[in-house]
Design a protein around this ligand. Structure first.
Ligand code: ZN
Length: 251
């Protein structure tokens, strides 16, 4: 039994997903259905599901494996989720959403990606690097179109500069805390335990507020001594108060 070849131009797969099939955009009368070589492991683009790539109007799917490889390469390079606003479109759905008459979306090689969680310049540079020839910017709708056309093309208005740039990717606070001496050396004993307990509570609170607190992480070990100093101060005050009472009692 020889495997059926994947056509270079693309691959039609009918998928049945009632949530993405909408009655407004009927399924074309004669969709070609090609059986994938091995349906169970054919889909190897680990960060994308067929439903994300399928036509948002009809639920139909046309795949171009080479374009999908670029999409996954882009995802790997960016290292964070990509929200696809639109990928494959049937000609009917393309018309109903006002797509270009020869839109690359109808070939299954175009993807509209939300810029809600991406730095635009970094995104464009990465898209070029993985070989997307067509790049269109849509700042008012906050997405960038990328497609795997052969001859490079650029269009669209530039995005305005962000008031606040995206923070550089940093390890989560919990991971950073795990590296902290404070967390590993909490057994420290004696009076330090009082201070350390304070640090533990603080760490719990701080870890909950990961984003805002990351800059504080390098100071946590210093913070520990602040708590210890406070605890020692408290003990000293208690001892002094006892002594004072005792002296008053003598008078
Ligand atoms: Zn597009």
């Amino acid at each position: 039994m020889s495997p059926s070849p994947i056509p270079a131009a693309g691959l039609f797969v009918a998928i049945h997903s009632p949530q993405i099939r909408r009655p407004r955009c009927p399924i074309p009368s004669a969709p070609s259905v090609i059986t994938a070589r091995s349906p169970t492991n054919f889909w190897h683009w680990k960060n994308f599901s067929p439903a994300e790539i399928a036509c948002r109007g009809t639920g139909q799917l046309k795949l171009n494996p080479a374009a999908m490889d670029r999409l996954q390469a882009l995802r790997d390079r960016l290292g964070k989720p990509m929200i696809l606003r639109s990928a494959y479109r049937t000609p009917e759905h393309n018309r109903s959403v006002g797509g270009a008459p020869r839109s690359k979306h109808m070939e299954g090689i175009a993807f509209d990606v939300s810029m809600a969680n991406h730095d635009r310049q970094a995104f464009i540079a990465a898209a070029e690097a993985v070989g997307f020839g067509g790049i269109g910017t849509y700042p008012r709708s906050n997405f960038i179109h990328v497609d795997a056309r052969q001859v490079p093309a650029r269009w669209g208005e530039p995005f305005p500069a962000r008031a606040t740039p995206f923070a550089t990717e940093a390890p989560l606070a919990r991971e950073a805390l795990a590296q902290s001496r404070t967390l590993r050396g909490t057994g420290a004993a004696g009076v330090a335990t009082v201070g350390a307990a304070g640090v533990e509570v603080a760490q719990e609170v701080l870890a909950e507020a990961q984003g805002t607190v990351l800059p504080l992480v390098p100071y946590l070990d210093t913070l520990r001594w602040v708590f210890i100093a406070l605890a020692l101060g408290g003990i000293a005050l208690a001892v002094w108060a006892r002594l004072d009472d005792w002296r008053k009692g003598l008078r």
